[in-house]
Design a protein around this ligand. Structure first.
Ligand SMILES: CC(C)=CCC/C(C)=C/CC/C(C)=C/COP(=O)(O)OP(=O)(O)O
Length: 561
């Protein structure tokens, strides 16, 4: 549909005149940011001030975490706050030491007298740190004659909220948690408009984005605002979180400026005018994958990868003719600058950027094991291009593949192989060759994350994409393969997404296949996917939440205590 075929007479004309093919018109909303982000400026002396401001409260918190006289519930509640404020990486050793001990000493009877709030917090903390506390701790809240949850818990809103948050870490076969999730969600939805103050804000946000599935930095900022009581229980927690936000915001501003300037210097607007303009939104993915300050370099690289993938996606999905796409795929497979000659003029500058940037990234990698890493990253990119091309072939020949065929291809076009490979490659010391080998075994956590990416993206955007060029996506391939109507299919695909989350949770429980540090970027990729696609395609249409979150993280300042 996007090409205008030449007939015989036209062919004659074609020899002399270049006929511009008809291309689909895509109404991508423009960026709302303009050049504003190029004026982001950073005072470097502030970095040092925040690092100093963090030192004392950090020591204070370490002492508190290690203090044997602090009661176990209070300690788990403190660990919960540390986790939710994005500070876990400062206390990895202390938290591990405490949780090992608390988990080993734990007896189920300890929970006989405990309330719903306490049990839920403890359950979530243990699970999020890899300890499989049994979901039987929730049995006592059920009326065993009716099989339903006891009515009295509906009066405990804080407890229900906490239980709803705890159910997000469930694994396959934990039916009580499935039921608890549905029950608490329905109850909270029913009362949210009657609540006031911080509790109202907490419930509203949890229903919009449960904390376990949210983007860590956004969750941390909102926890700081919405859970004042928990945060101000300990002065050192408040001070550390405050200085930490300021430090990260400074760093994120600087990184976003570097990335925005790169997009401008590469002249993407001029050479790819057909593509979406989504600079800060792409950067948000990078912050979502890596929260810690020491992954600054990785965030910039991931943002650049995302920009290149987005532009490629827009050529393959919307702008290129099938002939052009064949040439482009071939050139990307060849991966050599001489292949540029076979490309249409308008694609040449993009192809050059692609090769130059990847070479540049390669040159910054440590020498040891470089070749293997390079092969993995290049192949991940080539694979995406081949699969984008396959989708285009289906579209141009008006074929609808089976759901299975589509998904085999679609897991690759989720682009998460590229994101995870580049994440791993740029993690410095912990990035061992062994870890790369593990990545290439298609670990369950990575497959589940890709599945969530592909399905969430399709479920929320199939109507818009369908309008533009008969895109091949999971909703319609599933409808065709299983002969089911659209509304049923959307529900089925959402169930598959829920099950994939259970796999991710399972893979993060001890003993894990690789360290939690290596699993974290993959878990975080699923989290940012949930944030962007849970309610809509907030990437293509970023007006609401994505803009709000970019503003929250990079623009709105936080008064220093
Ligand atoms: C697919 C997915 C989970 C992407 C998120 C990761 C990301 C930011 C990738 C780079 C840009 C991109 C391809 C966005 C999705 O566009 P699209 O909605 O047009 O993707 P589609 O053409 O593959 O459906």
């Amino acid at each position: 549909m996007a090409t205008q075929e030449c007939n015989t007479t036209q062919k004659e004309n074609c020899k002399n005149t270049i006929i511009e093919p008809m291309r689909p018109v895509v109404n991508f909303p423009p960026s709302i940011w303009g050049d504003r982000l190029l004026s982001l400026c950073v005072d470097h002396s502030e970095f040092h001030a925040y690092v100093i401001a963090m030192e004392e409260p950090k020591e204070g918190l370490k002492r508190m975490l290690m203090n044997p006289t602090v009661d176990s519930n209070a300690k788990l509640s403190l660990i919960n706050s540390v986790y939710r404020l994005g500070l876990r990486y400062h206390f990895a050793e202390e938290i591990k030491c405490q949780l090992d001990k608390l988990f080993m000493e734990l007896k189920m009877e300890d929970y006989d007298e405990a309330d719903l709030y306490t049990i839920s917090i403890n359950f979530k903390v243990f699970r999020q740190h890899g300890y499989k506390l049994s979901c039987d701790v929730f049995n006592k809240f059920k009326d065993h004659s009716s099989g339903k949850f006891n009515e009295y818990i509906t009066a405990d809103v804080r407890g229900m909220l906490s239980m709803y948050e705890a159910t997000q870490v469930c694994t396959t076969g934990e039916y009580i948690l499935d039921e608890a999730m549905a029950f608490t969600e329905a109850q909270l939805m029913g009362i949210v408009d009657t609540l006031e103050g911080n509790l109202a804000k907490q419930v509203k946000h949890a229903l919009r984005s449960p904390s376990h599935r949210g983007m860590q930095m956004v969750e941390a900022r909102l926890y700081f605002f919405n859970y004042e009581e928990e945060c101000s229980k300990h002065d050192s927690l408040l001070k550390l979180a405050n200085a930490h936000f300021n430090l990260l915001q400074l760093q994120h501003k600087e990184e976003l400026f570097i990335f925005t300037k790169w997009v401008k210097d590469m002249e993407f607007k001029k050479i790819t005018p057909y593509a979406r303009d989504r600079t800060p939104e792409l950067y948000l993915w990078a912050v979502g994958i890596f929260l810690e300050p020491h992954y600054s370099h990785a965030r910039i690289i991931i943002s650049k990868m995302a920009q290149l993938l987005m532009v490629l996606d827009d050529i393959y999905d919307a702008y290129g003719t099938i002939e052009e796409l064949r040439l482009l795929t071939n050139a990307i497979n060849r991966w050599e600058i001489s292949a540029i000659d076979q490309l249409p003029e308008y694609i040449k500058p993009l192809y050059k950027i692609l090769l130059d940037e990847l070479t540049d990234i390669e040159n910054q990698l440590p020498k040891e094991g470089r070749t293997k890493r390079l092969d993995a990253s290049k192949q991940a990119f080539q694979e995406v291009a081949r699969c984008y091309h396959q989708e285009a072939e289906w579209r141009f020949s008006k074929q609808v593949p089976s759901y299975e065929e589509y998904m085999k291809n679609g897991l690759i076009t989720s682009t998460y192989n590229v994101f995870s490979t580049y994440s791993l490659m740029n993690m410095g010391e912990i990035n061992s060759e062994e870890a790369l080998v593990w990545y290439q075994t298609h670990p369950k956590i990575l497959e589940a994350t890709k599945l969530i990416g592909r399905l969430y993206n399709d479920v929320t955007s199939f109507e818009f994409e369908g309008e533009r060029a008969e895109q091949v996506e999971s909703v319609h391939t599933y409808m065709k393969t299983f002969g089911l109507p659209e509304n049923i299919v959307v529900d089925e695909l959402k169930k598959i997404i829920e099950n994939a989350w259970k796999d991710i949770n399972e893979e993060c429980l001890k003993p894990t296949e690789v360290s939690m540090e290596l699993l974290a970027p993959i878990l975080n990729l699923a989290r940012i996917t949930d944030m962007v696609y849970r309610h809509n395609d907030r990437f293509t249409f970023p007006e609401a939440t994505t803009v709000e979150y970019v503003t929250l993280l990079v623009i709105d300042s936080i008064p220093m205590y």
